[in-house]
Structure formats: structure tokens, C-alpha cells
Design a protein around this ligand. Structure first.
Ligand code: NCD
Length: 331
């Protein structure tokens, strides 16, 4: 069994308390070694997940995890569910469409209700930025942010970092270009925090209307011309046009968007010859990415991102429930 045990004190400065946070609300505020610690632990869960028939490690047996999803999701919800089950926990999914939220219950009342059920961890996706933080203040157990509005999506950034690190080696040496609807993207925000903390050069490209003004503060270089951002890029990360968050028209038409910002073969050829293509999904084929680029397994890590998602979420659930499980060496 190669599943993660206690942190190795020599590699992580805080010894047995390598991840001292109760919740995982965002990447902002995490130290580089805390991020690397999660990636290190996730790496071992990748090994377990690939090990064959039995993918079980029942260290969370007896614990209850609630996935409270107030927004639609396919891969994030499924992978949190699989992660919890592989660790032996009882996993319950709450979909907002079937919950009392539809009857007008406030977020705080929902949080208090979840708390009364004595969950050991709550995974939350919500359409409002800050909603997960609000719930975390009302419950006793660890909360994991599975995406809150336009704010953060920390496990997506962690699984992206794990994917990049496995394919390209240490992130500090890399140039990573993120292209698309950055303005509405919690994936972009969390990735910018994560990749900058790990020392990467981060470039951001997209139509000016979809690039937030404050990007300079994050230490990234911005490009309204995607083709100018690509030379020297080791990784090209495409983002979905988040139409559901757009108030009015931000782009003239999907066709025109693809013409200027879509990742197709000729454009990818401007990046490094071995540049890795990423997309968090769900993809709009022919809008932000061409099918032959997305499906080129030599270049595209899109399926690997999904695989890494399970391992990263196993690592996060394990780490955040250690105190509840009174794992030896943890205060
Ligand atoms: C992202 C999300 O929901 O923020 N998807 C995901 O988690 N896999 C990105 C998106 O919806 O475009």
C-alpha cells in the first residue's frame, strides 16, 4: 500500500503540521510548501488509483462527507464523491435543485442544518463568491471550496498544478499562458495564485473586456493578442466562455472569438514544440479550442486533469480530516 502517511518533517517546514488550515477556501493565503505538500500527498494517491482492482484505503471509514452543490457540476462533484468513497467515507450529495434552498431557505440556515447532521467535512459549490467562507464560519467541521462564484476553485488549481508538474517537472521553471474568459473564471484566479506561488511565469490572454483590470497586481503579463502570448509557453491553458455569468454581450460571436482566441493547430505551433494543452472542462469545442487539438493525446492533458482531480481531492479530504480522526502527531 503506497497511500500517504504523515508528512516528512525534513521536506516541509512545519513538520507534522504541514497543512495547518482547518478549511480549504482558496489558494490565496497558502504558502508554497503547503501547496507542494498537498501535491506530494496526491502523487501517492495517483499510485493507489492506478494500482489495479482495489483502489480502497478506508482511513475515512465512519466519517460522513456532504457534497453540497448549489451549482451544476459533473467532474468536480463526481470526483469528490469518488475520492470520499475510495477513502471509505459515507458520502452524501446534496443538489440545490432538490433542496430547501429552492423553498427560500437562507444560506446560513442551510449551513446550520448541515452542521446539525454532524458531517465530518462539507464540500461546497456555490454561485456566489464568498458563500463557502460564510458557511465555514457557521459549521464545526472542515469546509472545502469546490468553486464559489468568480472567486476561487482551489482543488482545480491543485489538480492543474499536479498535472503540469508530472508532465513538465518543477513549476518554477515554466511559462504558462492562460487564455479566455479570465474575468468570470474562478479557475483562472486560483491558478494564477497557485502558479505564481510556485514560481511560474504566468501570462494571461483574452479579449480586453474579459481581462480584469486588477491583473497587474497579481504579477502576470496580460495580452489582448493571444498569438503574442504564445511564444516560449510550456503550457497553454484554455478557459471556457462562462456565458452564464455574463451580463450582456462580451464577445461579438463565438465564431469571431474562435478566430481570435481559439486554440487551433497553427496557433499552438507558436508555443514551445512540446507545449502542453489544458482545459478544466466542460469544453466548448470550436469556440475556445479546436477538437483536433483537444483530442491530440500527445499534447493534450485534459483527461489527465480529470484523473488528477480524484487524487488531489483524496489528498485534501485526508489532510483536512486528520484532526477529526486524531491521527497521531497532529494537534
Ligand atoms: C470549472 C468551474 O466550474 O469553475 N469547471 C470545473 O470545475 N471542471 C470551469 C468551467 O465551468 O468553465
Amino acid at each position: 500500500m503506497t497511500s500517504p502517511e504523515k508528512p516528512q518533517a525534513d521536506r516541509f517546514p512545519n513538520g507534522s503540521d504541514a497543512f495547518p488550515h482547518k478549511h480549504l477556501l482558496g489558494i490565496s493565503g497558502l504558502q508554497p510548501w503547503e501547496i507542494l505538500y498537498i501535491l506530494d500527498q496526491a502523487e501517492e494517491w495517483v499510485a493507489l488509483n492506478r494500482s489495479g482492482a482495489s483502489k480502497h484505503d478506508d482511513r475515512l471509514a465512519g466519517l460522513t462527507i456532504i457534497n453540497a452543490f448549489f451549482e451544476n457540476s459533473t467532474r468536480t462533484l463526481l470526483s469528490f464523491e469518488i475520492a470520499g468513497k475510495r477513502l471509505g467515507a459515507d458520502v452524501v450529495n446534496m443538489h440545490a435543485a432538490q433542496s430547501s434552498v429552492k423553498k427560500g431557505e437562507t444560506l446560513i440556515d442551510t449551513a446550520v442544518t448541515l452542521n446539525a447532521m454532524r458531517a465530518d467535512a462539507i464540500v461546497i459549490r456555490h454561485g456566489s463568491s464568498g458563500a463557502v467562507q460564510l458557511i465555514s464560519e457557521k459549521v464545526d467541521c472542515p469546509c472545502l471550496n469546490a468553486g464559489d462564484g468568480q472567486h476561487e476553485h482551489p482543488t482545480q488549481a491543485l489538480l492543474d498544478a499536479l498535472t503540469i508538474q508530472r508532465r513538465k517537472g518543477p513549476i518554477e521553471r515554466l511559462t504558462i499562458t492562460i487564455c479566455g474568459d479570465v474575468l468570470h473564471s474562478r479557475v483562472a484566479r486560483s491558478n494564477i495564485f497557485c502558479l505564481k506561488q510556485l514560481g511560474a511565469e504566468v501570462r494571461v490572454a483574452g479579449p480586453p473586456a474579459l481581462l480584469p483590470d486588477a491583473l497587474d497586481r497579481f504579477g502576470v503579463e496580460t495580452f489582448s493578442n493571444f498569438e503574442e502570448a504564445l511564444p516560449g509557453s510550456d503550457v497553454v491553458m484554455m478557459l471556457r466562455l462562462q456565458n452564464e455569468r455574463m451580463n450582456g454581450d462580451f464577445i461579438p460571436s463565438p465564431r469571431e472569438y474562435f478566430h481570435l482566441y481559439g486554440l487551433e493547430e497553427a496557433r499552438l505551433a507558436l508555443a514551445r514544440p512540446d507545449a502542453l494543452v489544458m482545459h478544466p472542462g466542460p469544453m466548448n469545442r470550436g469556440v475556445e479550442i479546436a477538437s483536433n487539438v483537444a483530442d491530440n493525446l500527445d499534447r493534450s492533458a485534459i483527461n489527465e486533469q480529470v484523473e488528477m482531480g480524484v487524487a488531489v481531492r483524496m489528498a485534501c479530504l485526508d489532510i483536512l480530516t486528520r484532526k477529526a480522526r486524531r491521527v497521531e502527531g497532529w494537534s
